[in-house]
Structure formats: C-alpha cells, structure tokens
Design a protein around this ligand. Structure first.
Ligand code: ASP
Length: 367
C-alpha cells in the first residue's frame, strides 16, 4: 500500500466551534482522516501536525512558509509516495504559489487542500476535498497543486474567488490541470518536472513587498512615501489592461508618482498585475503612457496572478539579485506562473519553455 504524508496546519477544515460560538482550528491529522474512513482503505497515511496550536491561514507569515516548505521537503526526500497539506483557504493560493517557488523539482505530488465548511459540521466539503486530495496524491503526478471542489489546480495559477461557496478556489488564465470525479483522478495537463532534476528547497524570501490596489481618487503623494517606509518591492494592481490614472485637465496623477518612484535611482522593483480576476496586463493599448512606464522600468506581469507576482517578488528579493535582474526573472517562467514571453506567451504546463525549471539554468542562479 502506498504511503501518503498528511501535513496539517489548521484552517476551516480543522475547525470546531468554541464556547464563544466561533470557529477555531483544532483537529489534528488523525482526527481529520478519521472523518473520512475511505482514506485508510486506499493508503497508509503518515502524519505531521506542524503546529501545537493549528493556525487560521489569515495568520500565515513568512516563517510559516519556511516551516511548511521544510516539512514538505522532508516528505519529498524521505520514504513516502506523496504529500497532502491541509490549510485554510484564505491564503491558500499565496501559499501554493510560494511553495512552488521554494520547492524545486518536486518529484512527488504535493497537494494542498482545505474546506469552506469545517470537517465536523453538517454539509462539510472537507470530507470530499480531503479524499480527493489523497486520491490525487496517490495518482502520482509530481508537482505542487491545489485540489478543491473536484478541480486539480496548478499551485501558481489559483485564486480564492468566493468567500462562501464550495467552489472557492479557481484556476486563473489556464485550464485546470485535471479533475477528481466519482470515476477517479483524470489528469489532463500534468506539470512536467525534468526527470534528472534534483529536488531542492530554497526558502529564502524577503517580506518587504507592498501590494497597492489602485482606486479612483488615490492621492498620488502617498505613493512616494511607500519608498520611505522601507519596502523593497511593490506590486501594483492596475485597472483592467493597463489603467494607472494619468494627469489631464488638472486631475491628480498617480502615474507621475509611479514614474518618479521608478526613476528615483531605480531602487526598487515595481511590478504590475491587473485587478481583474482573469486576463492580463498590456501596457501598449491606450494613450495612458504605458510604454513610458515600461521604459522607466515597470515590470508587466502579463497573465500572472497577483498571488504569484507577490510571492515571486518576495522570493526573488530574498536572493542576491539587482533590480534589473529581478525584472528579467519576474518575466521568466519558473514553474508555470507566467505564460512564455518567448513563445508569444503561449502557456504550457512544462516548467519553462524548454521543459526545465529555469532556476536550474538561469544566469546568477541562487542555490
Ligand atoms: N479563515 C479560514 C482560513 O483561511 C478560512 C478557510 O479555511 O476557508 O484559515
């Protein structure tokens, strides 16, 4: 029988109602699998409850990602056939993206899951999601995925799109990797991990990244002050394809502020994603000065999710890259997070255009 390592962190799936009538995560791995007896009949689960007190994923910090990556890496390099990680859904897409950057060439399945309704509550989606996650881990496709509501989603291409319903997590800008149905696991587009590539963990990150979502009426001066607050990288969520308010007929110009920040010694990388759930940035469509911003150094993230852009920037800033190098690296496909610019941004589940994770072939490779 195959062995699957269950790493638990908390989240709604592990919640019980406390005396105050609100939910807090308490269930450990054994208690979770006890709620889904089918699991013991298809594999031999092993357990690693990484917290004494399980976490609501709202509280996840950089040190938690380090801890999670270490627990997963231990599973990847030791004797087990696959890994399931349970956690909260609120920051699951950030976590899945970050783990995809931290764990290089995972030669086993690493499946994140959780639920919208606690495992012990009526109508829970936790039982199905946990069983689906185990089944996907047993199917043996290597790579980091989220399994939720029957969908198998790439770790770098997920977003939480619904705070209530059981279809909370969706694939963004790419098809789902596969599905889990009553008939079993159907993997349509598995991630291709280079066969010879050594499994590595590189969990150096820097958390000094600010995500700025533009809103109508944003006061431009506030943007300049971000630099003085010590942030080392900014992700701008622009309107639609490229919308950053420009000055015309005396209106406030966020655009000028951003340009100023970009030009101010080019000290920090500024990357741009769209605030739309789907689609991509394109700074050459409207007469809104997009090309000038690109020339000044703005990094267009194209079809990358905000979650992937933020975590990739944190990961890159944790390494010894110059701002120029970070720009180049942001646009390179490490593990499926961005469609390939070299091939007119054609998307492929392969890692990088050549099928290799470019963290293993890049210039100035951080090891
Ligand atoms: N607040 C919970 C968490 O992210 C929500 C969930 O798990 O669905 O931990």
């Amino acid at each position: 029988m195959k062995t699957i390592l269950l790493i638990t962190t908390g989240g709604t799936i592990a919640c019980r109602k406390n005396e105050a009538g609100v939910y807090s995560p308490e269930l450990r791995g054994r208690e979770l699998t006890a709620c889904v007896p089918e699991i013991a009949s298809i594999c031999e689960p092993r357990y690693n409850d990484i917290y004494q007190t399980p976490l609501d994923s709202t509280n996840i910090q950089l040190s938690d990602w380090a801890l999670m990556s270490e627990a997963i890496y231990a599973g990847l390099t030791q004797d087990c056939d696959g890994i399931v990680v349970t956690m909260g859904t609120d920051t699951m897409s950030y976590t899945a993206a970050m783990l995809s950057f931290m764990l290089i060439n995972p030669h086993k399945p690493v499946i994140l899951t959780g639920s919208q309704i606690p495992m012990t509550a009526p109508g829970t989606d936790g039982k199905q999601n946990l069983l689906d996650a185990f089944q996907t881990a047993l199917a043996g496709y290597p790579g980091i995925y989220i399994v939720f509501d029957g969908k198998i989603i790439y770790g770098t291409r997920a977003s939480k799109v619904d705070a209530l319903s059981s279809c909370a997590i969706e694939p963004i800008n790419v098809p789902r990797a596969g599905s889990v149905t009553a008939g079993g696991v159907l993997m349509e587009h598995p991630i291709k991990i280079p066969a010879g590539g050594e499994t590595r963990m590189d969990n150096r990150v820097c958390g000094d990244v600010f995500l700025l979502k533009l809103i109508p009426g944003l006061v431009p001066d506030k943007i300049d002050t971000l630099l003085d607050l010590g942030f080392k990288g900014i992700v701008l969520e622009v309107f639609g394809l490229q919308g950053i308010p420009t000055a015309s007929d005396g209106r406030a110009s966020v655009y000028q502020s951003i340009k100023k920040v970009l030009e101010r010694g080019k000290t920090i990388p500024i990357a741009a994603t769209t605030q739309c759930v789907k689609g991509e940035t394109n700074f050459g469509v409207y007469a809104l000065g997009g090309r000038e911003l690109l020339e000044a150094g703005l990094i267009p993230c194209y079809d990358m999710t905000t979650e992937a852009a933020v975590t990739k920037l944190m990961w890159l800033l944790g390494h010894d890259y110059s701002v120029g190098e970070i720009k180049a690296e942001m646009l390179r496909n490490y593990c499926g997070e961005i469609s390939d610019t070299a091939a007119s941004r054609a998307w492929t589940p392969e890692l990088g255009a050549s099928g290799e994770d470019r963290r293993d072939s890049g210039v100035n490779l951080p090891v």
